[in-house]
Design a protein around this ligand. Structure first.
Ligand code: 5GP
Length: 185
């Protein structure tokens, strides 16, 4: 298949502000295409089916795995998350910049399967700041929060594997740096 677009992966620990960065980025640059992932995690208040995620049962998720319909998928904090292959390739063939906002294991799978992808890691300014943001979200159980904190430590240790690292301290500064990098690809 002849892809003429650019595949961009955005990874970083839960709570680092990837979602906010991406929302702002796509508002300013509507030509960027952000994929909608599938997940088995229940929707948080305000999340919309088909917009934030495709919310699937484990059985539905497994069917996509069995049919090899995921570009990548991973288990994260006890739930499954995956990127459907088809929309990604369709947009790449249109020549667009396609952004996947995914966790570390998924990023590694993309690196293997599509080595031409550009991988970006978003870091928090400090660990204390990240813990505050994860706890401050107030929408997850204490158990889920602990799992996310453990996972965050593992993810931060892998930041060096990425092509580009960005510290999300001041939102506007991070946004400008991210936009400049992505639009240069
Ligand atoms: P959350 O439950 O907070 O929405 O997402 C938890 C983690 O799953 C985040 O790090 C997010 O980037 C990641 N994630 C979301 N969608 C996907 C996906 O399609 N594949 C993978 N591997 N991770 C994902």
């Amino acid at each position: 298949m002849n892809n003429i677009g650019t595949l961009i992966v955005l990874t970083g620990p839960s709570g680092v502000g990837k979602g906010t960065l991406l929302r702002q980025l796509t508002q300013r640059h509507p030509a960027l295409y952000v994929t909608v992932s599938a997940t088995t995690r229940p929707p948080r208040p305000g999340e919309v089916e088909g917009q934030d995620y495709y919310f699937l049962t484990r059985e539905q998720f497994q069917t996509h795995i069995d049919h090899d319909q995921f570009l990548e998928w991973a288990e994260y904090a006890g739930q499954f998350y995956g990127t459907l292959r088809e929309p990604v390739f369709a947009q790449l063939q249109l020549g667009r910049r396609v952004i996947l906002e995914i966790e570390l294991q998924g990023a590694r799978q993309v690196r293997q399967r599509m080595p031409e992808a550009f991988l970006i890691f978003i870091c928090p300014p400090t660990w204390a700041d990240l813990e505050k943001r994860i706890r401050g979200r107030g929408q997850d159980s204490e158990q889920a929060i602990r799992r996310r904190l453990e996972q965050a430590k593992l993810e931060l240790a892998a930041a060096e594997e990425f092509d580009f690292q960005l510290i999300n301290d001041d939102l506007e500064t991070a946004l400008q740096a991210l936009a400049t990098k992505i639009l240069s690809l």
